[in-house]
Design a protein around this ligand. Sequence first.
Ligand code: HEC
Length: 206
Amino acid sequence: MIRYFFISLFLAVFAALAILGFRGSFTTNRPIEIFPDMDHQAKFRPQSPTDFYANGSAARAPIDGTVAREMPAQNDYLHTGKIGDKWGDGIPLPIDADAMKRGQERFTINCAVCHGPAAYGNGIVKEYGLSTVANLQVARIRYMADGEIFNTITHGKNTMNAYGPNISVEDRWKIIAYLRAVQRSQNTLLSELPESLRAKYTPAAK
Ligand code: HEC
């Protein structure tokens, strides 16, 4: 009795292997799929036609007002630094002492490591080999439009990474306001100071 059991077990295994095996061989027939998993899905592929939608296209346009992640929610100066297709100038936020403090704090955390506390491009990172760090006290950057600097912080530039994902829009502008103060602190004529302060400083020797 037990012998017949083994014979039929052997035949069953042989038949199963004969039908389901040979996965490495080529055939033009459709495979027998015992477990089709998710090989066949009712889905639309991009760029392919479909009868389902009236215009015959499987691709759908985004719903009006949809904004992709990481894209500026608005296209205005505050979010892009641009007015029309030119860099704008000016800080589009009210700047008071608190805003400057915030800018100082954020600049110290995010920028000073590379650009240095007084923005001369001599931060600690430079000593460790990032030799391309820009000196932000040069005339080109001092007279650069605020909007262009906003864009550099947001998207990075050449060898500087983008800080848009890490620093909020408002903080980026406050950093610029503070950077302007830092630049000013290194480039002010004695005659531009209020009279009461002049006595405290001696002009640098020419
Ligand atoms: C990890 C180092 C690093 C940090 C942090 C960093 N920068 Fe830079 N930055 C650079 C380097 C490097 C350059 C020079 C880019 C180039 O032209 O290759 C640069 C260039 C610049 C420029 C000049 C861009 C131009 O148009 O030439 C500005 C402005 C600037 N950084 C502002 C900032 C501000 C503001 C922050 C803080 C939010 C900041 N950077 C943080 C490395 C850094």
